[in-house]
Design a protein around this ligand. Structure first.
Ligand SMILES: *Cc1c(COP(=O)(O)O)cnc(C)c1O
Length: 392
């Protein structure tokens, strides 16, 4: 029986097996193969404090524990922590800091992250330096005795820039800074930042990890006992935890993460190549292309290149880009990414609308930029859809 497969074989199993078995136990009550949805807020105690490890579901819930162990296993970390959303997970990380502390951040990042930093934590007197993390000199120049954390997003959303986690982690270590990596775009299938020296890996599990566009959930994965203690204290004290049903849906999604990612990468490559060879397209941003400025770093730290692609049509402007997106029939015009179905979005007016135009355009998010989350449909149908959308 594979009753305690989790800890025993975490190191030995390959990723394809860890998504299914990593950190999982067969349920003790009835041998349920999938963890039951423990839809309960509280747990009976025989005497005050006499419980079986669970007393209140904000603190712990068995379905959440199963998910947290799975998250740790697939990221190759010691501890996983699940949250009500990706932003709730980030919120928890920044509560490790105190007023006056400074943070160095990728200038090219998810709009909601930018909003959390500037509209919430700046009010609580954290200071953020938004810079190009590929420029090591610039990173070093921003470090002073108040600096506490470097926040990396790679590949970045939506420009698909790749930051060298290993070299940033060297700077973080030699200056005793925490390094946190938003690994949402890559998913644990493509990239495991802990290997390159990150202290905290964050995921919007809403995206590839859950993978079916049916749940909002966030995750943190760490190796350090101390960091885990501090983060789980905040998780319980601030309370942004996911419900058991959402934990179950995410666990179910994780079972197919490896096979889904394989197809996302395959389709991503087909579509990126099609776009690169098309006369109607000006520029394609996909780290798997040899002419991508960070292709070498991507090759070093990623196992493949994923299904996120951005592009600008030739001679396009705001109106024109919107028209193409509206013409798509298989790609759905929607926020979000990482689901089995293909989505298309217009970052300037959607995901990145909360970033001021001047700052947005500086990092390349122009009015004509279109972002694709390539799903797992047949790639030929997706290519045909793009052709008809451009030509109609
Ligand atoms: C979606 C997303 C988030 C936020 O996650 P939610 O689950 O929507 O709260 C953070 N970072 C990146 C890169 C994302 O794509």
């Amino acid at each position: 029986m594979l009753l305690f497969l989790g800890n025993m074989t975490k190191k030995k199993l390959h990723f394809n097996s860890r998504v299914i078995h990593g950190g999982q136990k067969i349920d003790k009550s009835f041998g349920a193969v999938m963890p039951p949805i423990y839809q309960t807020s509280t747990y009976a105690q025989s005497t005050p404090g006499g419980h079986k490890g669970y007393e209140y579901s904000r603190t712990h819930n068995p379905t959440r524990t199963a998910l947290e162990n799975s998250l740790a296993s697939i990221e190759g970390g010691k501890y996983g922590l699940a949250f009500a959303s990706g932003l709730a997970a980030m919120d928890t990380v920044f509560k490790l800091l105190k007023p006056g502390d400074e943070v160095i951040v990728t200038h090219d990042l998810y709009g909601g992250s930018y909003r959390l930093f500037t509209k919430i934590f700046q009010v609580f007197k954290l200071k953020f330096h938004f810079i190009d993390l590929q420029d090591i000199k610039e990173v070093k120049s921003k470090i002073n005795n108040k600096t506490k954390l470097i926040w990396v997003e790679t590949p970045t959303n939506p420009m698909m820039n790749v930051v060298d986690i290993d070299s940033i982690s060297h700077i973080a270590k030699s200056n005793k800074l925490l390094l946190a990596v938003d690994n949402t775009f890559a998913s644990p299938y493509l990239q495991n930042p802990l290997i390159f020296g990150a202290d905290i890996v964050m995921h919007s599990a809403t995206k590839y990890i859950a993978g079916h566009s049916d749940v909002i959930l966030g995750a943190l994965i760490v190796n350090s006992d101390d960091l885990h203690d501090r983060l789980s204290f905040i998780q319980n004290a601030s309370g942004a935890v996911p419900g058991p049903m959402d934990c179950f849906l995410t666990l179910r999604g994780i079972k197919t993460l490896a096979v889904r990612m394989e197809r996302h990468c395959f389709n991503g490559k087909k579509i990126a190549e099609f776009l690169s060879n098309s006369d109607s397209i000006e520029k394609v941003y996909w780290p798997g292309l040899k002419n991508h400025p960070n292709h070498k770093i991507a090759k070093k730290q990623m196992n493949d290149y994923g299904g996120m692609i951005s592009f600008t049509p030739k001679g396009s402007n705001f109106k024109n880009a919107i028209k193409i997106i509206e013409n798509l029939k298989i790609f759905t015009l929607a926020e979000s990414l990482g689901g089995v179905e293909s989505l298309a979005g217009h970052p300037a007016s959607m995901t990145h609308a909360s970033i001021p135009k001047k700052i947005r355009e500086k990092s390349g998010v122009s009015d004509s930029l279109i972002r694709l989350s390539v799903g797992i449909e047949d790639y030929q149908d997706l290519i045909d859809d793009i052709i008809q959308a451009i030509n109609s």
